[in-house]
Design a protein around this ligand. Structure first.
Ligand code: PLP
Ligand code: COI
Length: 356
């Protein structure tokens, strides 16, 4: 069966809800988990009908291929509650499609769209009280697929597990973000897996990012792997640069994640009459713009990070500080996109999906 409806999904409710022990006024990012999760298993060539079950550990054989060959992909999305306690998702089909694009690249079987979408809706209904309403918070949703099949042979597994787990979450960054523009390491390469949300892409970033953190920065801005002369994206965000009044972001490629926030911001900015340029941006151009004062803003975009202003960057042992603007594009675009997400404004692009 490849098309299911919500009624096909069974629910096993937890006997030990953690809801009343959770402090919704003090939510970290992605550390507190809701009571239930969705799970489907791939065996003998097909996915099982997803089930909602209590959030719980999973048991794997030590030879499960996820441990050895890193076959794992994930997504990041959010559920939002408006003032009437109605629940909304933002462009959820884009996440479903991207999960399958990532899976294909990692030789993981794709999940049928209805398993993802109907499963997610059912899970959100069961755990609707976990969607926070405190300002700036949302229910972070983490769909993921990994190889549970066994064996040391370096080849794709024959069994996989798909899970959607959720976490009521506050802001990803606690304050302004400073970045180091990477001069040595690469996140991805032509023909590689950079465009996929593969777990290994993040593992490969941790060491260079820690070196940047040790120098006092929060994040790395990755540059192209051949010349390190052009900026690409950050650890968990796409990057926008404002020079004078033009908003610039790098084109997507097989090295860059095709961010849903990024493409939404591009559309909102165009509608607002902001001059938008999707093109390669050299580090030289950014440094020169910082020196001559035409570099007005830099910010990152992503589901977790929403829009995170960058207050400064480091490059070749020099630090550059960005000005503080009252009328920043970052603030304006953040208000516009979150107003759509939280159902505080019209939805001219038809991006919201109401869960009912
Ligand atoms: N780039 C990377 C490497 C990411 O991990 C993310 C987060 O998902 C993004 C960009 C932003 O993508 P999106 O806006 O779809 O969340
Ligand atoms: C997201 O923005 O949803 C992400 O996946 C970022 C994550 C690596 C924290």
């Amino acid at each position: 069966m490849t098309t299911i409806s919500e009624q096909d999904i069974t629910v096993e409710k937890t006997q030990n809800s953690k809801l009343k022990d959770t402090d919704f006024n003090n939510l970290p990012f992605g550390k507190v988990f809701s009571d239930h999760m969705l799970i489907s298993r791939y065996k003998e060539g097909s996915w099982s009908i997803p089930e909602v079950v209590p959030y719980q550990p999973i048991t794997l054989d030590p030879s499960a291929k996820i441990f050895h060959y890193g076959q794992s992909v994930f997504e990041g999305m959010k559920a939002y509650k408006d003032d009437n306690d109605d629940i909304y998702l933002f462009r959820p089909l884009e996440n479903c499609k991207r999960l399958n694009i990532s899976s294909k690249r990692l030789a993981i079987p794709e999940i049928p769209e209805s398993y993802f979408m109907e499963g997610l809706k059912k899970l959100l209904k069961v755990d609707q009280d976990w969607i926070p309403t405190t300002s700036g918070s949302a229910l972070y949703i983490r769909p993921f697929v990994f190889a549970s099949g066994n064996g040391f042979h370096a080849s794709p597994a024959n069994e996989y597990i798909f899970i959607i787990a959720t976490a009521p979450s506050g802001a990803y960054f606690s304050g302004k973000v400073t970045v180091a523009i990477e001069e040595k390491y690469s996140r991805s390469a032509n023909g590689g897996v950079g465009y996929a949300k593969a777990g290994g892409n993040y593992a490969g970033q941790f060491y260079p990012t820690q070196l940047a953190i040790d120098k006092g920065y929060n994040q790395v801005i990755w540059t192209d792997d051949t010349t390190h002369e052009y900026i690409e994206e950050a650890g968990a965000m796409n990057i926008f640069v404002r020079i004078n009044d033009t908003l610039i972001t790098a084109p997507t490629s097989d090295r860059i994640l095709d961010g849903i926030t990024r493409k939404s911001i591009l559309e909102i900015a165009k509608k607002e009459g902001i001059n938008v340029d999707v093109r390669r941006i050299s580090v030289k151009e950014i440094v020169e713009a910082a020196k001559n004062g035409s570099l007005k803003e830099m910010f990152g975009s992503g589901t977790a990070a929403v829009i995170s202003p960058i207050s400064g960057f480091g490059y070749k042992n020099k630090d550059y500080t960005l000005p503080e603007l009252d009328d920043s594009y970052a603030n304006k675009l953040k208000t516009l996109i979150t107003d759509i997400q939280y159902n505080r404004s019209e939805d001219p692009f038809n991006w919201r999906t109401k869960i009912d």
